[in-house]
Ligand binder design. Structure first.
Ligand SMILES: Nc1ncnc2c1ncn2[C@@H]1O[C@H](COP(=O)(O)OP(=O)(O)OP(=O)(O)O)[C@@H](O)[C@H]1O
Length: 281
């Protein structure tokens, strides 16, 4: 119950499309900090959105501390993705202090002030007149304001400067250590991450290649002589190998929903029969 559990989870955007997730199983304990590693298109965002309950699992099971996040959530699950900063609403002439108050800033004044300091947010900023990185800082401040049980981060540190990113990573570590919060973070930027994760999940072509606590991956503990962290060198080698196995994008052979639908248990709650339902309507 005290974990994030995914079993045989499969997802596709359309029955003819290659599966974005193909029979994925995963178990992440409460209090862990997981780094989700994989090439572009591997399935990281799809997995995070399913964990956040933003998409319906088309087959398989997703459970966050015992609840299906799509249907009910007794825990506070926060998902921060890249899409928010593209939303036209946050490009309007809005005062940052009021924006932060509007999402409950006054309910958590100490946490609000700490986040404003860590993210170096100027409350006088107006959202139509800030840089991309400044807009991102406001997004993070708003998203992290309420103490979360689970935080799902999809490449949201991309336009932060190195100091803000470093301070944010430290804040996230302290959230897992002091409050037993659980974090899953998908990123392609490995600077400052060498000692951050407690768990790694390697995704390739919609499948989980390997996952587990960092102790399971001795290669990331070794000393790299390239000047890069061993974590980066290891993940680089994984993604290089994924690409070699996959071949060119044109040659990629992923299962489609139609190829594998017989493997799902129809008529049970682990199989939503989504496409039949939508066709019948
Ligand atoms: N809106 C969509 N419609 C159809 N297919 C999609 C859509 N979004 C993603 N996909 C497909 O699902 C697969 C997984 O995509 P996903 O966005 O989860 O990858 P990712 O690992 O997050 O990649 P990136 O590192 O580029 O963010 C990809 O093959 C992609 O083509």
């Amino acid at each position: 119950m005290d974990n994030i559990e995914v079993s045989n989870l499969s997802y596709t955007f359309s029955p003819e499309f290659p599966l974005s997730l193909d029979h994925v199983s995963l178990n992440l304990p409460r209090g862990s900090r997981t780094l989700l590693v994989g090439a572009n298109g591997a399935g990281k965002s799809t997995l995070l959105r399913l964990l956040a309950g933003k998409s319906l699992a088309k087959a398989g099971k997703v459970s966050v501390f015992g609840n299906d996040p799509f249907r009910e959530s007794k825990s506070t699950v926060v998902y921060l993705g890249t899409e928010w900063v593209n939303n036209p609403v946050v490009h309007r002439d809005m005062n940052v202090a009021r924006l932060i108050a509007s999402v409950g800033g006054d309910l958590f004044p100490e946490r609000r002030d700490m986040l404003i300091s860590i993210l170096d947010v100027d409350l006088r900023w107006r959202m139509h007149a800030v840089s991309d990185g400044e807009r991102r800082r406001v997004q993070l401040c708003m998203g992290l304001l309420r103490p979360f049980d689970v935080l799902l981060l999809d490449e949201v540190t991309v336009d932060l400067d190195v100091l803000a990113r470093s301070d944010l990573l430290s804040f996230l570590s302290s959230e897992t250590e002091s409050r037993n919060a659980t974090i899953v973070y998908a990123t392609h930027i490995f600077d400052g991450l060498a000692k951050w994760p407690t768990h790694l999940v390697h995704v390739s072509q919609g499948k989980i290649v390997n996952s587990g606590p960092v102790a399971k991956f001795p290669e990331i503990q070794s000393v790299s002589n390239t000047g890069n962290s061993s974590l980066l060198e290891t993940c680089l080698a994984w993604i290089k190998e994924d690409k070699r196995i996959r071949g060119s994008r044109e040659d990629e052979k992923r299962n489609t929903w139609q190829d594998v639908q017989d493997t799902f248990k129809t008529g049970t709650d682990v199989f939503t029969d989504y496409f039949k339902i939508s066709r019948a309507r």
